[in-house]
Design a protein around this ligand. Sequence first.
Ligand SMILES: [Fe+2]
Length: 236
Amino acid sequence: MKIGLFADSHESDLAVSCRTRRPSLSYGKIKEAMAAFRAGGAELVICLGDLLDHCADRADDEREFIRLSEMIRSFGLPFYCVRGNHDCENFVEEDFYRIGKFQKPPFSETFGNKTLVFLDANYHDSGDRYLPQKIDWTNSWLPPEQAERLKAVLADPAVEEAVVFLHELLNPSADPRYLVRNAAEIRAILEKSGKVRRVYCGHYHKGMRETCNGISYVALPAMCEGEENRYEIVEL
Ligand SMILES: [Fe+2]
């Protein structure tokens, strides 16, 4: 199956943020990516988080999100989004998934012999969920309930091969600030199952790809950086 992937669009009405990001270009970039996904035969689309950034006036955040999610839905492709730290700054979890009309991780869905597993590591290692204005982006963590759930999904005999999606990195040699703090434990679960060959995330805007013990860990380059667009169609 083919899927469309993009990460870190940071979409908003801001022309520039953090010197290099161009949030206001991302509406057009996502539209272009969605058209390319449809033309390229993608069965579904996944955003790997940081879909949103703040608008110049915070009061516009919800209106902008509605405008964006309506455009995404207009393409008629199943769309999945794992939240990123910036999405957590804009909206609490319930509002993000309600307004966007996206399915809320953790969950998994099976297509043929591929099971797609969606995780949410937007927690501090204290167990506190990321909440607006209370986020240390260098401290991300996958709570034990999700680790147990992941084990159970991978142990299910009906699951032949699984692909994992989340915002923060599990890559073994990632800069620790971007890495899920219990990444080693999560990687051990994936390795032990023998059913996972690929993990996709966002968060690290330069992008990063590496393979460890037979599993490829891909951090997609961010869509929001500069004027160039970045997205991928991947054959699973
Ligand atoms: Fe980001």
